[in-house]
Write a protein that binds this ligand. Structure first.
Ligand SMILES: Cc1cc2nc3c(=O)[nH]c(=O)nc-3n(C[C@H](O)[C@H](O)[C@H](O)COP(=O)(O)OP(=O)(O)OC[C@H]3O[C@@H](n4cnc5c(N)ncnc54)[C@H](O)[C@@H]3O)c2cc1C
Length: 331
């Protein structure tokens, strides 16, 4: 039987996460659907180590810490959180909407779109047979650290995320090599200092040209030194983690059955965060209205407005007023 939700939130960035928390406060049966393997949107994917200075109540907080705190806030409620699932269609029904992902369809009374700049996917390694090794020896993020325990691991990339993955893997792997196509890293100076002080071997400037399986089920990585005419060199590792950043698909919503009015190529919303389609609301970086600022704090403000609008219109018995002080006995 298809699961039916009161509210479906599409996009698990800071705005979508806060909307899910707020929906939880209103006892709304809520699913939060995120295309990436982890929640946190741009903050987690693009700048986890950056110190953010403009979130109310936090004089300084790293992107990672902010998202971890949001996750703890979310976990107070029995919400359904689906990661690694892009919403590929939203279609109107007689009583709400059908939400489609690769995992199937669900029903929902109302929708909050919080997709930011579009569905993120890791930028893939441009080597012909890369897909053959994905999930076995080739990864786009080192999530399950246990997999890498005692392994020789190569990390490819030059940004904060690549350095971060290398340092994380250093704790469990037998050896870690960080490969970058330039001599200079793009990562924050502080991250580069941590890298230099670590046991991670830095190999620059190199590009990956080919992957082959070895007879003993390891990975032979063919490397080309940038700017040299030399023959290729080889490295044998257990795993390769490619951290080349993300691409955002701005056009994913065009394929949905529902047709949302736009403003400057973003979703047009009114002051209640309602879109042009009744029952669909939108918040965060993906929306436009006069005076809109694409900031974390703005999304945090829009989330309660959208949830309250939905509760008032579709679930008036649960519309509140709700203050967080009613959440627990501790307050
Ligand atoms: C380098 C950088 C530094 C920044 N620094 C600051 C700062 O200091 N302070 C500040 O306030 N703001 C900063 N910002 C802006 C801030 O990150 C954004 O305003 C904020 O992330 C917007 O949150 P969001 O939830 O609207 O969207 P996002 O963070 O973009 O999250 C949207 C999520 O939706 C998911 N998604 C998209 N499409 C689908 C789909 N079809 N199905 C399922 N999931 C989907 C995406 O994968 C993504 O995880 C910075 C941005 C960048 C790039």
């Amino acid at each position: 039987m298809t699961e039916t939700y009161d509210i479906t939130i599409i996009g698990g960035g800071p705005a979508g996460m806060f909307a899910a928390f707020y929906a939880g406060m209103h006892n709304a049966k809520t699913q939060l659907v995120e295309s990436l393997a982890e929640l946190g949107g741009q903050v987690n994917a693009l700048y986890p180590e950056k110190t953010i200075l403009d979130v109310a109540g936090f004089p300084a907080v790293s992107g990672r810490e902010l998202i971890a705190n949001q996750r703890r806030q979310l976990d107070q409620f029995p919400l359904t959180i689906k990661t690694g699932q892009a919403v590929t269609n939203v279609a109107a029904t007689d009583d709400g909407f059908t939400i489609t992902t690769a995992a199937g369809t669900t029903q929902t009374k109302a929708v909050i779109i919080a997709v930011g700049n579009g569905a993120f996917t890791p930028r893939k390694l441009n080597v012909a047979n890369a897909a053959d090794f994905e999930g076995q020896h080739l990864f786009y993020s080192a999530r399950d650290l246990d997999h890498f325990r005692g392994h020789d691991v190569m990390v490819a990339g030059g940004g904060d995320a690549a350095i971060d993955q290398a340092l994380m893997l250093e704790k469990v792997a037998k050896s870690v090599t960080l490969l970058h196509r330039r001599d200079q890293f793009r990562g924050l100076a502080h991250m580069v200092d941590l890298l230099r002080a670590s046991t991670v071997t830095v190999q620059t400037p190199y590009l990956i040209r080919d992957l082959q399986a070895t007879a003993d089920d390891r990975l032979d990585v063919t490397l080309k030194q940038v700017g040299s005419q030399d023959d290729m060199t080889h490295a044998t590792v257990d795993d390769l983690v490619v951290s080349y950043g993300f691409t955002a698909d701005h056009h994913a919503l065009d394929a949905w059955d529902v047709d949302l009015a736009e403003d400057h190529r973003l979703i047009a919303v009114d002051s209640t965060m309602a879109t042009s389609v009744p029952g669909i609301y939108a918040i965060g970086d993906g929306v436009m209205y006069p005076g809109k600022q694409p900031l974390i704090a703005t999304g945090y403000g829009e989330a309660p407005v959208a949830v309250r609008s939905i509760m008032t219109r579709y679930f008036p018995d649960r519309r509140g007023p709700v203050h967080s002080t009613s959440l627990s006995d501790q307050h």
